[in-house]
Design a protein around this ligand. Structure first.
Ligand code: OFO
Length: 172
């Protein structure tokens, strides 16, 4: 049986992943109607990955004899200024997610639940990849500035970055 404190921490993380998926869905939709099909594809894929992260947690909790709680999701942002604003928000969101994951790991250690601790290492690695990718994208957007031509090529290329991005697909 899952330790109750660990179960609570995992259920809290399920909501964090659900909120992440929703937040990126809102960004994808904004990009779609504002002329950035590449960024939109990237963000839709990222939203799907976050949903897979949530599902992976749900299955783990239930498989270990706990009860996964399917959460209501928080309303995501909807007014974005530009792509740079979106990726800044994405990185800041990922920093919060990393802190939340570290908290789950901390609870596992305190409760001496080494099985869940081991399971959570996948999320720890995933966060490193996601933060690195977001930093890389923001660096590119900083270089581009207001150059519309460069932004066009960025949008075209970012669509393919999802392959190199977070390996959420492997959670499927
Ligand atoms: Fe779930 O990987 Fe980032 O948020």
């Amino acid at each position: 049986m899952l330790n109750k404190k660990v179960e609570k921490a995992l259920n809290d993380q399920i909501k964090v992943e659900a909120d992440s998926s929703h937040a990126y869905l809102a960004m994808a939709s904004w990009a779609e109607i504002n002329g950035y099909p590449g960024a939109s594809a990237f963000l839709y894929a990222h939203s799907d990955e976050e949903r897979m992260h949530m599902l992976k947690l749900i299955k783990f909790v239930n498989d270990r004899g706990g009860k996964a709680i399917i959460p209501s999701v928080s309303e995501p942002g909807k007014d974005f200024k530009n792509l740079k604003n979106i990726f800044d928000l994405l990185l800041s969101h990922e920093h919060n997610v990393t802190a939340a994951i570290n908290n789950v790991v901390d609870v596992c250690l305190k409760e001496k639940d080494y099985t869940t601790h081991n399971f959570m290492q996948w999320y720890v690695s995933e966060q490193i990849e996601e933060e690195t990718l977001a930093h890389h994208i923001i660096d590119q957007l900083n270089l581009i500035g207001n150059d519309k031509g460069a932004l066009y090529f960025f949008d075209r290329d970012v669509a393919n970055m999802k392959g190199a991005a977070p390996s959420g697909g492997q959670a499927k």
